[in-house]
Write a protein that binds this ligand. Sequence first.
Ligand SMILES: *Cc1c(COP(=O)(O)O)cnc(C)c1O
Length: 379
Amino acid sequence: MTPKITRFLAEQNPATPCLVVDLDKVEQNYHALQAALPQAEIYYAMKANPAPAIIRRLYELGSFFDVASLGEIRSCLKNGIPVERLSFGNTVKSISAVQEAWRLGVRLYAFDSAEELEKLAQHAPGAQVYCRIRVINDGADWPLSRKFGTDTGQAIKLLREAPRKGLNPVGVSFHVGSQQKSVTAYQMAIGQAAQIFQTLAADSIKLDFLNLGGGFPTHYHDAVPTPETFGATITATMKELFRDNPPRLLIEPGRSMVGNAGIVCSEVVLASQRDEQGLEPRWVYLDIGRFGGLAETEGEAIRYCFQTPHDDTTAGLTPHVLAGPTCDSADVMYEKTPVMLPQELKSGDKIAILSTGAYVASYCSTGFNGFAPLDEYYL
Ligand SMILES: *Cc1c(COP(=O)(O)O)cnc(C)c1O
């Protein structure tokens, strides 16, 4: 919770649930990533939080943008971001989206399959293309690799074919999985990518960049390695594998750019001891849940931290099941591993959910079960 957010909540007492983001913290995160990897160009992954206030601030700082859909492209253009700053990083694009992106001037596209490459050749002729490879996501709380990426052999084959199709093969990308806490994951993935660069160099295809994707963690419960730690390991690995001839480096941070810049202010709707004997954990129902934006609690994968008015309690903390307000039984955030909360917590208490700047507003449903979507404030 930054001083700016604390002051805003005290002075404005906004209706809950709401997300409050401190843009200065986003700026700090940008500078920290840039300082940790000064040789890298930063492409902010918009899906983490697409708020215009965030993308405008990042643009002013010099950021580029990883976009996944026409909607994100149009939003960037509407907010004054030059089209040259965009990379269409989704490897699964509809034909109409490619046609329109090309018409709007987007020149850089990701792919991970022969069919997508062909689509780009037809509808974005002459485009710069980069191939996403599948890498191990061990160490990530929110893995992404089952859905995207091809293997090294096929990447080499497709990048070789690209010039014959009139496309310009410019790079390789991967994603080590989101909330990745292991620097080793980047080392191994860079090793895999380096093989592709070497094989293609032997064919006189010189790729221009390596795109390390996102994955850098934000702080929830457990300590995570700092940007400097990731930066130092990545820099050393690049030096070791590419010597004096490194490609340009791109990174696509999402979570690490905005996660710790925002908090959700929520209210306890009900605190309930559901068994007569009081042996089971109490249930606390908040006015935000799985459908109100806390989608990453699926499988209890991302574990948020909470602040309550009773944190200086003497009665101590007890295990609680935490659930959302809707009449859907999937709307339970933490049950397998309960959350330690004060026994005094009761209906009407305000509760802050920390580090919710990433993947909360963007996951919020438009009003499931009649509950209004999250209000958002960018300070
Ligand atoms: C989601 C996504 C990112 C951002 O990942 P984080 O783990 O939030 O940093 C980056 N690149 C691509 C292609 C993505 O889909």
